[in-house]
Design a protein around this ligand. Structure first.
Ligand SMILES: C[S@@+](CC[C@H](N)C(=O)[O-])C[C@H]1O[C@@H](n2cnc3c(N)ncnc32)[C@H](O)[C@@H]1O
Length: 232
């Protein structure tokens, strides 16, 4: 019986240690290391959609949470400057390497979107893919996105979102959220991100809802939105 308590004690100690800054950093390192492998099938399935949607990008593009640089290969030639805000330092090496492979002179700004060191009305487009699920306050980030866009600028996004309220999938998304967020660097699968973006009051917005198939990823993150919001 003693070994059971000892094992439980060790598991609890490891869990508590993982909540410290050093523990969080370790989990982020693991996420960065496994990210490309985990996302390979997802990226293969969503590539065509990205190519079509990203055609809306041009000029100076600010990408929030670019991760390891999965979107570089889909940027059209009309993009003349790329600025990134990526808070996970363990992703930076892959991100820089990916930018180099695509011949993009990447620039980086302050680590998070919580206080983006980007001037008001200074970029033509903001790009976000699978990021608003992880930020502490998606509406605040979307508001900051609107702030940095020039008049006429565009916010281009693909995000996984919460299933309709009251659905069985939404119930399971909410149930697994604490575990999912723990292992996936704060990712919450049950967020109403279309509403968070609409709450900002963009002058125009077009949103398409779609689901990724089981090949691309688990059901819990199947519901997606993709769209463009324009600043008046
Ligand atoms: C699921 S990954 C998506 C990475 C990339 N956009 C892609 O599509 O492969 C989420 C990314 O958001 C970043 N992130 C998390 N919180 C953030 C914040 N507050 N501001 C900016 N990026 C953030 C993470 O570091 C991570 O790179």
């Amino acid at each position: 019986m003693v070994w059971v308590w000892t094992a439980l004690g060790v598991v609890l100690a490891l869990f508590l240690a993982s909540l410290t800054p050093a523990g969080r950093d370790f989990r982020r390192r693991m996420m960065a290391r496994m990210y490309d492998r985990t996302m390979r099938r997802y990226e293969a399935r969503i590539g065509d959609r990205k190519r079509a949607l990203f055609a809306a990008l041009s000029g100076t593009v600010l990408e929030i949470g670019p991760g390891t640089g999965a979107n570089f290969e889909f940027l059209p030639a009309a993009v003349t400057r790329w600025i990134g805000v990526e808070p996970n330092p363990h992703m930076h090496a892959s991100l820089r390497a990916a930018a180099e492979r695509q011949g993009i002179a990447a620039e980086f700004r302050s680590a998070t979107t919580d206080a983006m060191a980007v001037d008001d009305a200074s970029v033509d487009c903001v790009l976000s893919t699978l990021v608003l699920c992880s930020v502490p306050d998606p509406t605040a980030v979307a508001r900051d996105v609107e702030r940095v866009l020039r008049p006429g600028g565009k916010f281009v996004f693909i995000e996984h979102v919460g299933a309709p309220r009251g659905s069985t999938l939404r119930f399971f998304q909410s149930l697994v959220r604490p575990f999912w967020a723990y292992f996936a660097d704060g990712c919450c699968p049950n967020r109403d991100l279309e509403q968070a973006i609409r709450d900002v009051g963009f002058a125009s917005i077009s949103v398409e809802r779609f689901r990724i198939d089981r090949e691309a990823g688990p059901a819990i993150i199947a519901p997606h939105i993709a769209g463009v919001a324009g600043k008046g």
